[in-house]
Design a protein around this ligand. Structure first.
Ligand code: VAH
Length: 314
């Protein structure tokens, strides 16, 4: 049985569906701090605050959980607005899961890291797997610390925890959350509603991005890989595409000709400027055969196709 925390979040809502299609809906227990509004589909759901260690253990015992996908966290922009809780949830939640995984000898644990672990002193282009990690956000600090804790629990206690440094993720099953990269989700919603979009990043801000389908497939592929092939036990760089707001706006305009974007950078510009423009993910490709499928044109096409069935197109 599989437990997912943060199952109603941007990644969780899509990963839950994928894992249920792979392992059977009754074998995947979706949990989140509050009941689902959007997509979690049918299958077992429990309300769970990952800071509640007792309740977490109860659910693991009740459902005989073997594997855990621990996604519950605050994203970069949200954590900058509440740095105490951002640290508490991101670190406290992970430590609870790692301790329970050790005590109950659970199987495989997945935990998402992020390209937010890199700071201004890392190479901007094709950022390598091993380089300086000096993040400028609380979210980034929690991801660097979290990676070290995962490596520690693997090395010292043999907990089989695996991790990916996701780029900005773009999907259609959840509304844009507290991420700095979420402009790339919102821009599609605005285009379909025939509204202009006020982008909170400057037009030439290049960021590493990935379509949700690619991110979900990479996660399943990593978790199914043979442990001996997994040489990186902090977290794997993962790369899809890199683009700027102006570049994705141009591709959207091929589908929605009169779409207008205004650029009005806010506090999230500093966050974006601290991150790489593109990522080198050679270790993931060499060690467990990672290969992304969606380029920028395919992302925009799939987003507009799926969203147009969901938002009323004015
Ligand atoms: C965020 N989408 O913006 C997340 C991600 C690299 C960005 O970590 O916070």
């Amino acid at each position: 049985k599989i437990l997912i925390t943060g199952a109603c979040g941007q990644l969780g809502s899509e990963l839950t569906g994928k894992l249920r299609s792979v392992y059977g809906k009754d074998n995947v227990i979706a949990t989140d701090i509050r009941p689902p509004e959007g997509e979690v589909g049918e299958g077992p759901f429990e309300e769970l605050d990952v800071l509640d260690r007792e309740r977490t253990e109860e659910i693991i015992d009740q459902y005989k959980i073997e594997h855990v996908y621990h996604l519950a966290a605050l994203l970069s922009a949200k954590a900058e607005q509440d740095i105490e809780f951002g640290w508490k949830l991101n670190m406290g939640g992970l430590l609870n899961i790692l301790k329970v995984a050790r005590e109950k000898s659970l199987g495989r644990i997945f935990w998402p890291s992020s390209i937010a672990v890199f700071g201004p002193d890392a190479p901007k282009q094709q950022t390598p797997q091993n380089t300086a990690l000096n993040p400028t956000t609380v979210y980034g600090i929690s991801k660097v610390a979290g990676e070290q804790w995962c490596a520690y629990f693997y090395r010292r206690f043999g907990v089989d925890v695996r991790s990916l440094r996701y780029p900005g993720l773009i999907g259609y099953k959840s509304m844009p959350g507290g991420g700095t990269t979420d402009y790339a989700v919102d821009i599609h919603h605005k285009a379909l509603k025939r509204q202009s979009y006020d982008c909170f990043l400057a037009r030439d801000t290049a960021l590493p991005m990935m379509y949700m389908a690619d991110a979900v497939n990479a996660t399943v592929q990593l978790m199914q890989a043979d442990g001996k092939d997994i040489e990186v036990r902090r977290s794997y760089n993962l790369s899809g595409v890199s683009f700027t707001p102006a570049e994705i706006a141009e591709v959207i305009k091929q589908h929605v000709p009169d779409f207008e974007v205004n650029y009005d950078p806010d506090y999230r510009q500093d966050i974006a400027d601290s991150w790489p423009d593109s990522i080198d993910d050679a270790p993931a490709r060499e060690q467990w055969g990672w290969q992304h499928q969606y380029d920028l044109e395919a992302i925009v096409e799939d987003m507009l196709d799926n969203l147009s069935e969901r938002v009323e197109v004015l």
